[in-house]
Design a protein around this ligand. Structure first.
Ligand SMILES: [Zn+2]
Length: 261
């Protein structure tokens, strides 16, 4: 079910052996394109990242690519100055109150972790996610899960970005973010990107992007004809969400974009 939803821009590419699970942060897309997008890597993203909320997508992709003795590598990309860690820290250490959907997802995801500072939480995040991925893939001896912790200060992020934040929602794919953002006319470094096999898995992250991070436009990106209809259905169901209706014009501010390959 889930595996059928992954998208390949180019069907002639060899099957990917690498899956990147990264935070949705708007500043990471350029880094992910440059560091990992070799045309045969699939990308999945949510807030954190939090692998516990992506187990269906991850195991679906792993099952699809488990192919004889072929090795599969999963890379967890987390980073400094992370909004998800900041939300979890404020809720768990400072008693800040968040909406139920954020409490039961982003905050809950870090409840089991022992930490005293925000930096400590961030630095323990990749290890926590790696443990979760291994735990969700029992008997997967040929899979290695590796950490990549990105210092935001090491990236070339423009210092004074103006303009509003945006959100791209896509299925797991090997398509470059630069290409997605160009097709969606969404600004680089100002666009959060969430990717999973189902909208349900990334609904809390979409809520966070719109309600907490202030994204004012959402583009659903479909990269092949077969999945465009399913992506359009996702768009229809998101338009009905109350938090969207409260903050956006669902018809004007949410659109379907096709990246033709
Ligand atoms: Zn983050």
């Amino acid at each position: 079910m889930v595996v059928a939803l992954a998208e390949h821009g180019n069907a002639s590419q060899p099957k990917p052996a690498r899956i990147v699970v990264a935070c949705m942060d708007r500043r990471l897309s350029d880094y992910l394109d440059r560091t990992y997008n070799d045309g045969s890597t699939l990308f999945i993203r949510n807030a954190g990242p939090d692998a516990s909320r992506l187990t269906a997508t991850i195991s679906g992709l792993v099952n699809k690519y488990k192919d004889g003795d072929r090795k599969i590598e999963i890379v967890v990309v987390a980073h400094s100055d992370c909004g998800a860690c900041s939300i979890a820290y404020s809720a768990l250490k400072e008693g800040k109150i968040f909406d139920d959907i954020i409490k039961s997802s982003v905050v809950e995801g870090y409840k089991s972790l022992s930490f005293s500072t925000r930096n400590e939480l961030e630095s323990k995040n990749p290890g926590l996610q790696i443990d979760r991925i291994y735990a969700s893939l029992p008997g997967s001896g040929s899979i290695s899960v590796l950490p990549d912790f990105v210092k935001i200060s090491s990236l070339k992020v423009p210092e004074h970005l103006s303009g509003e934040h945006e959100l791209i929602i896509a299925r797991p794919s090997d398509v470059k973010y630069a290409e997605m953002m160009q097709a969606a006319k969404a600004p680089d470094f100002n666009t959060y990107i969430v990717q999973a096999a189902t909208l349900k898995e990334i609904l809390p992250d979409t809520f966070a992007a719109v309600v907490i991070l202030g994204a004012r436009r959402i583009s659903f990106v479909a990269v092949n004809a077969e999945s465009a209809e399913a992506v359009a259905d996702d768009m229809k169901s998101l338009r009905k969400q109350q938090f969207i209706k409260d903050r956006m014009d669902p018809d004007k501010d949410i659109a379907l974009v096709r990246v033709l390959r």
